[in-house]
Design a protein around this ligand. Structure first.
Ligand SMILES: Cc1cc2nc3c(=O)[nH]c(=O)nc-3n(C[C@H](O)[C@H](O)[C@H](O)COP(=O)(O)OP(=O)(O)OC[C@H]3O[C@@H](n4cnc5c(N)ncnc54)[C@H](O)[C@@H]3O)c2cc1C
Length: 391
């Protein structure tokens, strides 16, 4: 069986809802993944190696911050196109979507909060892949509750002094530049752009991960780190400014997890048509058809939800809570679809001959990162009841 099977389940003619440009971007990324990622990803994941040489190649197809203006290295694509890009990258592997979305998150933060000088200095080089970025919000003891972060800063004459650390940070071990968040004694939050050469800045790699294996994840460590005054992004009393940065990341996970589900369905459908037991293809058995129908049903519901979210984003109307719902629902859906797919593949489902176990492992991180399933439930719960279960 061919492994690079990239057809789309499209039971409700969702493709007709996308315009020509959106479909062109999706198909271009799909082809790019087929050529550049499919042949190497299983080995990268098994050996735990990030394929650094694909950074520039992904930049060449507009993989970083594509929704930003062209003068900052973007290509002014709409958010639906960006979502379709995330869908196709994550169909290849979560680590590749992470590469694109962390870089885009860093760029979007600098674009929306930074000065003109900061934008000119960092955005084009992040867009071209000359610089690799990290976004540091989570801490060893403060993941779901970043408002209680312990990283702190104080203002000196010529610079800011920052102490603390950030945990679970995508690309931390290899980043050239990091956007990080810290708190002051007077409970203000500030974002800073930190270059790797900054005095007092270091990184460490998290080894022995079973998820995102082809991605570098690690720690950012600040020991009396001296950040030049020019590198502050914002200083605010309002944590919402920080939380709003997360929208673009969560939007990416909603589309990306849909991509995983589509791939798992596709592989299972082909396998079930080709695999014979008891003298017939297993797809001819009612119990297997029931599984395939369940998969396509759940994918179709998520496709409609995700398309609608793209439209809301493009119109500037998507709420934080709507993005939460799509992130939560699509990851949940992809977990279910991936597990059904694995069962259809029987023993082959656990091997690296097929991508299913790799996707299942990646989905375990998706349940937690960019806000856990529980935290998104509470965000939506607050929206519909008007009562916060958290603070
Ligand atoms: C592979 C990976 C990559 C990541 N990349 C980044 C990155 O690039 N940048 C970044 O800043 N962060 C990153 N993260 C961090 C991620 O956002 C956090 O892991 C996540 O927010 C959860 O925090 P935690 O792991 O500390 O879990 P905790 O916050 O300790 O949660 C543990 C459990 O308790 C539950 N819980 C917590 N509070 C409540 C509550 N009030 N009610 C009910 N249940 C609750 C949670 O839902 C969870 O099930 C990454 C994480 C992973 C795993």
């Amino acid at each position: 069986m061919k492994k690079d099977n990239f057809k789309s389940p499209d039971f409700y003619n969702i493709d007709t809802l996308f315009n020509e440009e959106q479909l062109l971007i999706r198909d271009t990324v799909r082809e790019w993944v087929k050529e550049n990622i499919s042949p190497i990803i299983e080995d990268c994941a098994l050996s735990g190696n990030f394929p650094k040489d694909i950074v520039k190649k992904l930049a060449e197809i507009g993989g970083f911050g594509g929704f930003l203006p062209t003068n900052y290295g973007g290509s002014e694509i709409d958010f639906t196109s960006y979502g379709l890009m995330m869908q196709e990258l994550e169909r290849g592997d979560s680590s590749i979507r992470v590469l694109s979305s962390v870089q885009s998150l860093v760029m979007n933060t600098i674009y929306s909060l930074g000065s003109d000088d900061q934008k000119q200095k960092y955005l084009p080089e992040l867009a071209s892949g000359e610089l690799i970025g990290s976004f540091g919000m989570s801490e060893p003891n403060h993941g779901s509750d970043p408002s209680s972060m312990k990283s702190h800063y104080s203002e000196e004459k010529d610079y800011y002094i920052v102490n603390g650390s950030k945990m679970w940070i995508g690309h931390a071990p290899i980043c050239d530049v990091a956007v990080i968040w810290a708190k002051s004694k007077s409970n203000k939050y500030a974002g800073f752009i930190v270059e790797r050469s900054t005095e007092g800045f270091s990184t460490a790699k998290i080894e022995k991960k079973w998820s995102f294996r082809a991605s570098e994840t690690g720690e950012l460590i600040f020991q009396n780190m001296k950040v030049p005054k020019d590198n502050i992004l914002t200083e605010t009393d309002n944590i919402k400014i920080l939380f709003d940065r997360l929208n673009i990341g969560r939007f990416g996970v909603a589309w990306g997890s849909l991509g995983i589900a589509m791939e798992c369905y596709d592989v299972a459908l082909r396998y079930s048509n080709e695999r014979n037991q008891f003298g017939k293809s297993i797809s001819s058995y009612q119990l297997v058809q029931q599984k395939l129908v369940k998969m396509v049903t759940e994918i179709t519901k998520s496709q409609i939800l995700t398309w609608r979210l793209g439209l809301l984003m493009d119109n500037g109307n998507a709420s934080f809570e709507q993005i939460s719902l799509a992130k939560k629902v699509n990851v949940e859906m992809a977990c279910e679809v991936a597990k059904i797919s694995r069962s259809i593949l029987g023993g082959m489902g656990i091997t690296g001959e097929y991508p299913i176990m790799r996707h299942i492992n990646n989905l375990e991180a998706l349940v937690t990162y960019q806000g856990t399933d529980e935290i998104h439930t509470l965000i939506i719960g607050k929206k519909i009841t008007g009562v916060s279960a958290i603070k």
